[in-house]
Design a protein around this ligand. Sequence first.
Ligand code: PRP
Ligand code: URA
Length: 210
Amino acid sequence: MDSRLTVVDHPLVTHKITMLRNETTDSSLFRSLCQEVTLLTAYEALRHLKTEEVSVKTPVTMTRAPILAGPAPAIVGILRAGLVMVEAILTLIPNGRVGHLGLFRDPETHKPVEYYKKLPADIDQREVLLVDPMLATGGSAVHALDVLTAAGCSNIHLLSILGCPEGIEAVHQAHPSTQITLAALDEKLNENAYIVPGLGDAGDRIYGTK
Ligand code: PRP
Ligand code: URA
C-alpha cells in the first residue's frame, strides 16, 4: 500500500464503523461513535509524535521519563462535521491549538464553498492534524490543504473516518506529501458524490438536520 496512506485495521474500529453505517443509528449514538472512532484513529495517526525526557519524582524514586516534545500540534476541523473530531482529539492533546475552516459542498457542483476561517496565529510552526469525517471527492480536503499551505504549514496530516480512492487520489494529486489516516477505506463514489457504501451525510447525521 501507498506509504502516505494508513487505514486503521482494528476490530473495535470496524465494529464501530458498522454502527455508524447503520441508518437506524440516531444522532446521539452517531456523535459518540464518531468521537470513539476518532480517538482510536488519532492514536495511530499520532504515533510518530516526538518525545523528550524530563525528570520526575514518583512516590518511589526520581527517574527520567518521556513527555511530548512541544510545540503541540494544531488541530484544524472542517466545519461542520469535523467539530466532533476536534473535541475528541482535544481529550488526547488538551494543549493543542485549534483552527476552524467552514466549508460546505455546493449541492450542484459538489465543489467546496468557504464561509469561515480562523487559524492559530503560529500555525506555521506546528504540525497540523486536519480533521473531517468524510473524504469523498477530496474537494474539501484539497481546499483546506491549500489554505493551510498558504498559511505556511508544511507538515499536515489528514485524518478522516471514511475515505474512498477518488478522494485519496485528489489529495495526493494536489498535495503529494500529505499523510492520510482513515478509519476505513470504502469502495467508490456514487453519482451524487456520496461515498459507497458510506454512512450518508455526516453533518446531517451528527447534528440531526435531516
Ligand atoms: C461533508 C464532509 C466533508 C465533505 C466531503 O461536508 O464533512 O467536509 O462533505 O466531501 P468532499 O470530499 O467531496 O469535499 P458538507 O459539505 O456536507 O458540509 P457539512 O459538514 O456542513 O454538512
Ligand atoms: N459528505 C458526506 O457527509 N458524506 C458523503 O458520503 C460524501 C460527502
